[in-house]
Write a protein that binds this ligand. Sequence first.
Ligand SMILES: Cc1ncc(COP(=O)(O)O)c(C=O)c1O
Length: 390
Amino acid sequence: MFRAAIEKMQPYVPGEQPRPGQRLIKLNTNENPYPPSPRIRRAIARAVAGDGLRLYPRPMADEFVAAAAKLYRVPSRMIVAGNGSDELLAMLFRAVLDPGDTVSYPVPTYPLYDTLAAIQEARVIRAEMDRDFGFPVEKLIDAAAKLTIICSPNSPTGTEVSRRELIRLLDGLSPRLVAVDEAYADFARRGLLGLVRSHRNLIVLRTLSKSFSLAGMRLGLCFAHESAIRQLLKVKDSYNLSRVAQAVGCAALEDARWAQRNAERIRRTRIEVTAQLRAMGFEVPPSAANFVLARMAGIDLSTVAAGLRKRGILVRYFGTALLYDSLRISIGLPAEMTILIRELKDLAAPLTLMSPGWRIVKEDSPRPRPPRPSQSARLNRKRPALAAPA
Ligand SMILES: Cc1ncc(COP(=O)(O)O)c(C=O)c1O
């Protein structure tokens, strides 16, 4: 009854969202632990007053777009607003990719790109990052895909592309499109949005879900040359942002200092947590985002993720060939991170005592494969028998 491509594809699986009332320390979907600007309550009250809910919202979210134009110093005609940046990504894939067209991105990265490519029946050219999770710029240029996506800071690695690398990519791929997913840019030193004025093939995506603490409101922004915006608008739902969302978006952008202060707090906690995890034996690539990737090369960390879950702490475990030995941990409140580190010490410390011979894959192996479940079960049974090093 459905398209063969849809029947065949795997659905995107979002991180676990607790049920109402369930008390968990939630470090699995990179939400902001601090509340949004207090101005937002008033904006919601105004948006629902009078005819607010009876009438359709403005199709182009004009005031929200104008607030974005002012804050980011980009003309309104170069901006389209989305129901979260996920919707903008979906619009981009829909507008650019026919079946059989190529899309390329570094891996590991945001798994939604795979889902959107599968829906379009596009051919994905995955460019593997190097061991330090640097960006494979030359591989992406060689791939010469119709659409190239760079997530920077990248999820789940936290690493960022440099301005010089992005310019090399834009020039090397021009006139093909390069989209930079900057969902986490506000936690980095600086973003790459400024390049949108000088590069016609650049599309930049931002979200209010992370730094503005508004994941529940679904607000995203896309910046590009006006000719690209015109095409994207053709595939947009007419009323993609509710009146409430538009009002909230304006209030949030007008109080951007609130978000900047929270981002600064998160950066400080990130530095501390990175040092603590490294002291425990995890490899942690330098993160420019509101999460860190904690890796123990060659060791399946699924049991650690499950152990944390039992103790009421959610982190993101992907279990793929590139990430089975890693946990992505969102930066929460300092008190939450103290609990995480305490529990992690308990659960992960025995793993750090394993001699390399016990590891599923040797550390120098270029491409670790995920262990078979039976293998990892065997490993866990053996763990208590391991002698502590002298
Ligand atoms: C890299 C990346 N891009 C986009 C998104 C989606 O953001 P939004 O909430 O705006 O849809 C996420 C959400 O986690 C993300 O990690």
